[in-house]
Design a protein around this ligand. Structure first.
Ligand SMILES: [Mg+2]
Length: 189
């Protein structure tokens, strides 16, 4: 099958890095549950200066290099790569392709293809499965006919769709992709 995988907040813990930068450089302490919207502009308590500061870090791309990798993602991606086509699809602008490839390389994140599609993740590739965290993208992908594993986050808790299943960790994703045999552990004669 063809598996589409988003990068930010699915493989890369971008939200954690934004919080770290805000705390270290601006003295603002936030917790994950504060991120109720994908758009930082809607975050209460951030001044325009704070917002501009973070946005500039995204625009020049430097913030992407220090983002931590989400636990378990590499192992499951490696497992998927053995039998399936793994396509990374990010809404980052093409201008940060260099930083993105450097980060993927440095962190040994395996993949077959990498696409930059800032406007829409429905990009002509017939994904059988797509792993995504952003509400609008998850919905458009599900409506295009692909099944979506929605990586749980405070900004996507309102999403419901018959073709969207919520997952909380890469362990959940691994279990979905490689379900253990139901008879395991059952004694047979
Ligand atoms: Mg994302």
């Amino acid at each position: 099958m063809i598996v589409g995988v988003d990068i930010d907040n699915v493989i890369a813990d971008t939200e954690r890095e934004v919080r770290r930068v805000l705390e270290a450089d601006r003295g603002i302490s936030l917790v994950r549950e504060d991120f109720r919207h994908y758009a930082l502009e809607k975050m209460p308590g951030l001044t325009k200066d704070d917002l501009d500061y973070v946005i500039d870090r995204f625009k020049d791309g430097s913030i992407f290099l220090s983002v931590p990798v989400i636990d378990g993602s590499r192992d499951t991606l490696r497992r998927l790569m053995e039998r399936h086509r793994v396509v990374l699809v990010t809404s980052r602008p093409q201008s940060v392709e260099g930083y993105t490839r450097e980060w993927l390389n440095k962190n040994h994140v395996p993949f077959h293809e990498l696409h930059f599609t800032p406007e829409s993740k429905v990009n002509g590739i017939p994904y059988d499965l797509f792993i995504e965290d952003q509400d609008n993208f998850a919905c458009e992908i599900a409506e295009s006919g692909s099944y979506v594993l929605l990586y749980d986050a405070p900004w996507n808790r309102h999403v419901r769709h018959d073709s969207i299943e919520r997952v909380f960790t890469w362990e959940d994703i691994d279990r979905f992709c490689f379900p253990p045999c139901a008879t395991r552990g059952v004694k047979t004669k």
